[in-house]
Design a protein around this ligand. Structure first.
Ligand code: SAH
Length: 389
């Protein structure tokens, strides 16, 4: 399956030796016979073999390593990667029927995402390498999970960076508009074809669970999407206001509340920034607030503006909370690392004039494993704070 030889500069080789999987285009010295999306053999300037990688002819990230040394890359190699991914999830007690089975770099399969929703699978190939591998991946997934259907959700904009077409395809049975899955005892509707991500925020599932441990009283779930947090905390709260500016998302939230017979969830279509400000002016107070905004920092350049946005909503939430109130606050921008996020929160607390205790410092769900030396694999931060004033 391998073809092509790539030689990289010292800077790229050092990065690889430091544990990262990526090599930038500017660190490529030569790429003899390397086809787009091919699996290439990578050497350093002195000819030492480093490993095998996916080659991209378009992306700024020209190489993504899949193996160290002179490993043979064939079907058994990829079967082993899938076995390793399954074994990790088994060991962690992850729900086999509703989870991310393959998380790209985190499972040493860069660019490949596989999510399982019961008897359906959603596959995303985000890089040329993963795209070229897709036929084999599909064959292996069918053998492994015998899904009723596989949706190839190759409509993510990041594919454009790789010069790949945006499209959706289906293998197997047609997909219903709405699929009902069981998230920790609650029935949740997801749309695999039209929903955000692959249909739902599997990366927040562990945090939904954690939120249930602390939420109480009058709660606000801002940036609610289909009510992932709201539905899980409803029974331990007096009331939950679920706010989102997408009418489609809120329709799902509303139906999810009904489906689970949760009568204390109120779905409100609003811009969360305005909503927080208006509530403050009205003098409303909450016992629990959840903030789970979309990634404000899409790149390094937008970091400063993003931090202003994060600070504004967090500051407002802190001021809306009663003493001993709980703030569950998230950021899924990987450019905002945990340290920057914590600093921003401290800054927001300073302006709100409150002491803030950290109850938990959390990350994305465990089925999105993190590679220690690849900071990009850790993108979701979730702090659970207690407001002490
Ligand atoms: N908390 C959800 C995921 C939230 S994703 C869960 O756990 O499942 C972020 C959501 O924020 C999206 O549904 C998007 O529609 C919404 N959103 C983005 N900008 C917003 C804004 N300014 N005000 C309100 N909602 C917003």
């Amino acid at each position: 399956m391998e073809n092509g030889q790539v030689v990289i500069r010292k800077r790229g080789a050092d990065r690889f030796r430091g544990g990262h999987l990526w090599v930038y285009k500017s660190d490529i010295l030569s790429h003899k016979d390397a086809p787009p999306g091919g699996i290439v053999s990578v050497r350093d300037e002195r000819g030492a073999v480093l490993g095998k990688a996916f080659y991209s002819s378009q992306s700024q990230i020209a190489l993504r390593f899949i193996a160290r040394g002179d490993a043979k890359i064939d079907e058994p190699f990829f079967q082993k990667r899938l076995d390793q991914a399954d074994r990790l999830r088994e060991r962690l007690g992850i729900d086999p029927l509703l989870s991310r089975r393959i998380y790209s770099e985190g499972d040493l399969l860069p660019g490949l995402i596989v999510d399982r929703y019961g008897d359906r699978l959603v596959v995303q190939s985000l890089t040329q390498g993963a795209d070229a591998l897709q036929p084999l991946v599909i064959k292996m997934l069918i053998e492994r999970y015998q899904p009723r259907s596989i949706l190839l959700r190759n409509d993510s904009r990041v594919r454009e960076l790789e010069g790949l077409e945006l499209k959706q395809e289906r293998i197997g049975d047609p997909l219903p508009d709405m699929l009902i899955v069981d998230e920790d005892g609650k029935k949740m509707a997801v749309s695999l074809t039209a929903g955000q991500k692959t249909g739902s925020y599997l990366d927040q599932r562990d945090n939904h669970r954690a939120a249930r441990r602390y939420a109480r009283g009058r709660a606000l779930d801002a940036f609610a999407y289909s009510g992932g947090f709201a539905v899980q905390i409803s029974e331990v709260c007096e009331s939950v206001e679920a706010v989102d500016m997408s009418a489609d998302a809120l329709e799902f939230a509303r139906r999810n509340a009904q489906r689970n017979d949760l009568k204390n969830i109120q779905c409100i279509e609003a811009n969360a920034f305005d909503f927080l400000r208006d509530r403050h002016q009205e003098g409303v107070r909450y016992d629990t607030i959840i903030l789970d905004p979309p990634a404000f920092a899409k790149n390094k350049e937008s970091l400063e503006g993003a931090l202003r946005g994060y600070k504004e909503i967090n500051n407002r939430a802190m001021r809306l909370l009663r003493p001993s109130g709980i703030l569950i606050t998230c950021s899924c921008s990987h450019h905002v690392n945990e340290g920057i996020f914590a600093e921003m929160l401290a800054d927001a607390a300073k302006d709100a004039g409150c002491w803030t205790r950290v109850i938990e410092r959390r990350i994305q769900s465990a089925d999105h494993p993190v590679l220690l030396a690849v900071p990009e694999t850790l993108y979701l931060k979730c702090f659970i704070l207690e407001i002490l004033s």
